[in-house]
Design a protein around this ligand. Structure first.
Ligand code: AR6
Length: 169
């Protein structure tokens, strides 16, 4: 059984085995949580990302997939980078968002990570409505077949925290 916990705060301050990053397919950094992780984690994360691009992801990491790097100076062993879908009102991309959580947990299992911190993927710059983003996150983690013992959702603001709290109960 995976325990779900909720924390309000900055994910770069968490102490866990793996921190999930809401990245973009370039893997070369950006704003939001991605920017914060690279800033606090230092250049070792970007070095690993560049190597992954050179070796496997020359065309970028596809939406819905996940890949791990060092966590650099963060208080974690790994950062798992996943690429969420951009919200679309005309197309249902919820399977891609669910895939981000599932694939991140699959990578965590491969690494042997037991505690994993997630941000609310796609709900910032990518525009996904927070209530629906929280629903997909919690349902997908609950349904996942994983050895991860704790999934910690780290929510940056009160609105996001409330949306997850309403789902977790
Ligand atoms: N800790 C926890 N959550 C955070 C933090 C933080 N330090 N900073 C922001 N959030 P976003 P996306 C929340 O925009 O929507 C980047 O440029 C934020 O409030 O970080 O998946 C990437 O490179 C929101 O609830 O990611 C991509 O280009 C959630 O994290 C693009 O943004 C996700 O917001 C990805 O957009």
């Amino acid at each position: 059984m995976t325990t779900i916990t909720l924390v309000r705060g900055d994910i770069t301050r968490e102490s866990v085995d793996a921190i999930v990053n809401a990245a973009n397919s370039s893997l070369l950094g950006g704003g939001g949580v991605d920017g914060a992780i690279h800033r606090r984690g230092g250049p070792a994360i970007l070095d690993d990302c560049r190597k992954l691009r050179a070796s496997q992801y020359g065309k970028g990491l596809p939406t819905g997939q996940a890949v791990a790097t060092t966590a650099g100076d963060l208080d974690a062993r790994w950062v798992i980078h996943t690429v969420g879908p951009v919200w679309s009102a005309s197309e249902d991309r919820s399977q891609l968002l669910a895939s981000c959580y599932r694939e991140s947990l699959r990578v965590a299992d491969e690494l042997g990570a037991r505690t994993v911190a997630f941000p609310a993927v796609s709900t910032g710059i990518y525009g996904w409505p927070i209530d629906d983003g929280a629903r997909i996150a919690v349902e997908t983690v609950r349904a996942a077949d994983t050895a991860v013992e704790e999934v910690r959702f780290v929510l940056f603001d009160e609105r996001a925290y409330e949306a997850f709290a309403a789902r977790v109960g």
